[in-house]
Design a binder for this molecule. Structure first.
Ligand code: SF4
Length: 322
């Protein structure tokens, strides 16, 4: 039984079914659009590209995480406290959000509205990504219009299924100024869709996964003739760098398996390898952003110069249909 060809069509069907729950996304600005690059949002809606099976499987990872969280909530007896995939709309414009989990009370029964945005990740970041935060604030803003009174908050639940880790970035509240900014941004995106404004590119870390990167003006570099030996060296550097990134990824998952086996402290020598695991105690560090915002007079006095350096990047050129 060869499952792979079946898999390719079945994963596409699963992806279509899941997207259908969100309605026709070309007709409105959703919460995942509002913090994204305008050019990407425009092209996704006007010239959609069927994602690769690998990308669709990554999308499915998010749905799996949501189902797991739902099962956990229900197993803990919270099934009557929330709804899933709650659609919230702006009263006048096609601006919509689909809230992963909307709790109507706190776990102790105190009335409040609490939005939970679930993110499936490989490696929980120290801080939530700005795009996640924009997404949550957009949801809170649309909910505030619908529910003008009462406590309203939100959190981002990041779950790393491979590492078995979960982290709640909590304490988000509706903020007038932030929502106003996101509302204006959503109206700008609507203008772009109606060809009244230019969908300008904005470079972020998600450019690396962007399907519209090959002809993106923000990514274009001038064409040059390189001496063959320099071109060969640059290609070798790019190749080695790719090997390094793959090795780092593999090392991360092997590391997790080894530490699962040893626990936080271990010393042992087999016939071929020393296996040493030790715990490094937690330590304090200075939060530069907090220092800057709370002690703006002191901040410049504790700055010290960091030496500049030459940054080298060599990447294989991708052709449009690669
Ligand atoms: S590559 Fe980056 S800047 Fe260009 S369209 Fe994609 S997300 Fe936007």
């Amino acid at each position: 039984m060869n499952l792979i060809p079946f898999f390719e069509t079945a994963v596409a069907a699963l992806n279509r079914n899941k997207s259908a729950e969100l309605g026709d996304r070309t007709l409105y600005i959703g919460s995942s659009d509002v913090g994204s690059c305008a050019r990407k949002v425009y092209l996704q809606k006007k010239q959609p590209i069927t994602p690769s099976v690998s990308t669709m499987l990554k999308f499915s990872r998010g749905h799996v995480a949501e189902m797991l969280i739902e099962n956990i909530f229900d197993a803990g007896g919270a099934e009557h406290l929330y709804d899933t995939q709650v659609e919230v709309r702006h009263p006048n414009y096609p601006l919509k959000a689909h809230v992963d989990f909307l709790f109507y009370t706190d776990l102790d029964g105190t009335p409040e509205l609490h939005v939970i945005e679930v993110k499936s990740v490989s490696g929980i970041p120290d801080e939530p990504y700005p795009q996640w935060v924009d997404q949550l604030h957009y949801q809170l803003g649309l909910l505030r219009i619908q529910y003008p009174e009462g406590k309203l908050g939100g959190s981002i639940l990041a779950i790393d299924l491979n590492a078995g880790k979960v982290h709640q970035f909590n304490g988000f509240e509706y903020n007038d100024a932030v929502f106003n900014y996101l509302y204006c941004r959503a109206l700008y995106l609507l203008d772009c869709l109606e060809e009244k404004d230019e969908a300008r590119p904005s470079v972020t870390q998600s450019c690396s996964f962007c399907s519209y990167r090959s002809d993106c003006p923000a990514m274009t570099v001038p064409k040059v003739e390189l001496p063959p030996e320099i071109e060969a060296l640059a290609n070798k550097y790019a190749h080695l760098n790719g090997t390094k990134s793959r090795a780092e990824k593999e090392m991360k998952s092997i590391r997790q398996e080894l530490v699962d086996f040893t626990g936080p402290v271990f010393k042992g020598r087999s016939n071929t390898v020393d296996l040493l695991v030790s715990s490094v105690a937690a330590s304090m560090t200075i939060d530069g952003e907090l220092l800057k915002s709370q002690y703006p007079d002191i901040y410049p006095e504790v700055l010290k110069e960091r030496a500049g350096y030459t940054k080298l990047e060599c990447k294989p050129v991708k052709t449009a249909n690669a």
